[in-house]
Design a protein around this ligand. Structure first.
Ligand code: SAM
Ligand code: GLN
Length: 289
């Protein structure tokens, strides 16, 4: 790169080629997001300033980002945030990066709380990570309150920071602990969770971006991936109001097991919702028909 004038347009083209050769899935997008981070600008800025040269200092910082990305460090960890449900969430290597699939869970909960209940009350989010699920719910449902739990103190710190940044702190309580344990004497309108659900044996086959950088304790769930569902499906009912529900994100091929668990533990009705790829992604278990 030495000696040349590097404009935004030229740099993006170069990065796209470099990332493509490095085997990254979204080379153009990654370059754009990293460059926006370095320049502290929105993506539209790149397109209307294609001929703008970078300063030496900007170029040096961009090069540092590129180096991290070719090692497969996820873009969200390099820039320190991720968009989810139209909101910006701080993330770090102690929190899972919120996934687009999880927006399906949030949208399903929004529509069911709105249509099903007069008083939205309080929901619980188990394994909150960055707080993506519960803080989105609070943002879009101004009457709602939430209690969140995570086993990881680092995740709770990040979730608290996100609540502050989004101006939602006054409607959410945070608990560090194991699943339902910290909230076991309470009642909720609904309980929501995207728990770890990857079978142990599948971890070595995950892409490097995930297995080498994201917290393993956010992903792995015993030999069949169902450890956390067994506990939630068995125990959450007692904490949910009679007209309420348990809403869970699930992994590929887990829908049948979840329906069987729901029946075994006396849930009255089970809804399945597919993701955009046609895979069953969300299970809603209702206490009443
Ligand atoms: N809710 C976030 C999201 O959807 O982006 C994070 C979901 S991540 C798949 C699962 C979360 O569960 C992680 O933050 C992890 O720390 C947390 N977790 C793992 N074991 C737990 C346990 N025994 N009790 C509570 N939380 C747990
Ligand atoms: N959707 C995540 C992945 O496949 C897994 C999240 C989870 O275990 N809940 O990387």
């Amino acid at each position: 790169m030495a000696g040349e004038v590097w404009t935004i347009g030229k740099l993006l083209k170069w990065t796209e080629d470099y990332f493509t050769k490095a085997g990254l899935d979204t080379p153009r997008l990654d370059g754009e997001v990293l460059l926006c981070h370095v320049l502290n600008k929105e993506r539209i800025h790149l397109y209307v300033h294609f001929d703008q040269p970078l300063t030496k200092e900007e170029l040096a910082r961009y090069k540092a980002c590129i180096k991290e990305r070719v090692q497969h460090k996820p873009v969200a960890y390099i820039v320190g945030h991720k968009d989810f449900m139209g909101l910006e969430f701080k993330v770090n290597e102690g929190t899972l990066i919120p996934r687009p699939d999880t927006e399906i869970l949030v949208e399903a909960v929004i529509s069911r709380l709105k249509t099903g209940m007069d008083n939205l009350g309080t929901i619980a989010d188990i394994g909150t990570g960055s707080g993506a699920i519960c803080l989105s719910l609070l943002n879009y449902l101004p009457d709602l309150k939430a209690a969140t739990v995570d086993i990881s103190p680092g995740a709770i710190e990040v979730a608290k920071e996100n609540a502050e940044r989004l101006g939602l702190s006054d409607r959410v309580e945070f608990f560090q602990g194991d699943m339902l344990e910290p909230i076991k004497d309470r009642k909720f309108s609904a309980i929501v969770s995207n728990p770890p659900y990857i079978p142990e044996g599948d971890i070595p086959g995950l892409e490097s971006d995930v297995k080498d950088y994201e917290p393993i304790s956010a992903l792995v769930a015993g030999p069949d991936g169902l450890d956390f569902y067994r506990r939630l499906v068995a125990e959450a009912g007692e904490l949910i109001a009679d007209d309420g529900f348990l809403a869970l994100e699930i992994g590929i091929n887990q829908a049948e097991s979840l329906m069987a668990l729901g029946q075994e533990h006396g849930w009255a009705r089970c809804e399945l919702i597919k993701d955009l790829a046609g895979i069953d992604r969300v299970v809603i278990l209702w206490k009443q028909k």
